[in-house]
Design a protein around this ligand. Structure first.
Ligand code: PEP
Length: 249
């Protein structure tokens, strides 16, 4: 049985005072006995603050990105060991904004995945197609290629120790959500593709859906057999919305 995971990606949002309010509201609003695992990924500079606020709360935190290098002359970069130094459990790898705005290709994403995992972080590997790719029937080919790059670099068993997030690019921050059936179809494809190589890995890995998840669509999405939770952008910045999504699992 896979435990539902709801992870908030704050992107480049927040301030010390807003973070404090948001994290405290999440902490106090999370229903006792909720079986969903909850995590937040703040901007790197706020990870120490979030760590202090969430210590011993049962809520995890993580980075939004990491360097493929371990240390050295890489101005502005953050290494896996730095994230671990602040007790991050997760790190998002290959978010579509990193891919499209910062030129991260499949090979670099795979490298970051390996570096993160080798250091002891759990990568949340994002995959997803553009609207034109979906419209031209290439969704599975695109996602298959994104996955294959990581499988080639890390091996199939490594996928079982990670989290996958299916995030159709056309649904991120647009208010357009994939229907539960559309999302399920791709999640099932990912699981079947993995099962062809290792049934146990396919059964174990959590596959999150991301793309305009909101309180009013979360329960329907999370009820699909191959959807194991969500990676939440915009709605993770509002405690009430985020909590309602956490409670939809
Ligand atoms: C995301 O950035 O991972 C995301 C899913 O954003 P949103 O929920 O705002 O679409």
């Amino acid at each position: 049985m896979r435990q539902t995971l709801v992870a908030g990606n704050w992107k480049m949002n927040g301030s010390r005072s807003k973070n404090q309010q948001l994290v405290n509201a999440i902490k106090s609003g999370l229903r006792e006995g909720t079986t969903t695992e909850v995590a937040v990924c703040p901007p790197a500079i706020y990870i120490p603050q979030v760590m202090a606020l969430l210590q011993d709360s049962g809520i995890h935190w993580g980075g939004q990105n990491l360097s493929q290098y371990t240390e050295g002359a890489y101005t502005g970069e953050i290494s896996a060991s730095m994230l671990l130094d602040y007790a991050c459990r997760y790190v998002i790898v290959g978010h579509s904004e990193r891919r499209s705005l910062y030129g991260e290709d499949d090979a670099l994403v795979a490298e970051k995945f390996v570096v993160a995992q080798r250091a002891g972080l759990v990568p949340i590997l994002c995959v997803g197609e553009l609207l034109e790719e979906r419209e031209s029937g290439e969704t599975e080919a695109v996602i298959g290629k994104q996955l294959d790059a990581v499988i080639e670099a890390a091996g199939v068993p490594a996928i079982g120790e990670a989290v996958i997030a299916y995030e159709p690019v056309w649904a991120i921050g647009t208010g357009k959500t994939a229907s539960p059936e559309q999302a399920q179809e791709v999640h099932a494809y990912i699981r079947e593709k993995l099962a062809a190589q290792d049934a146990a890995v396919a059964e174990k890995v959590r596959i999150l859906y991301g793309g305009s998840v909101k309180p009013d669509n979360a329960a329907e999405l999370f009820a699909m057999p191959d959807i194991d939770g969500g990676l939440i952008g915009g709605a993770s910045l509002d405690a009430e919305s985020f909590l309602s999504i956490c409670h939809a699992g």
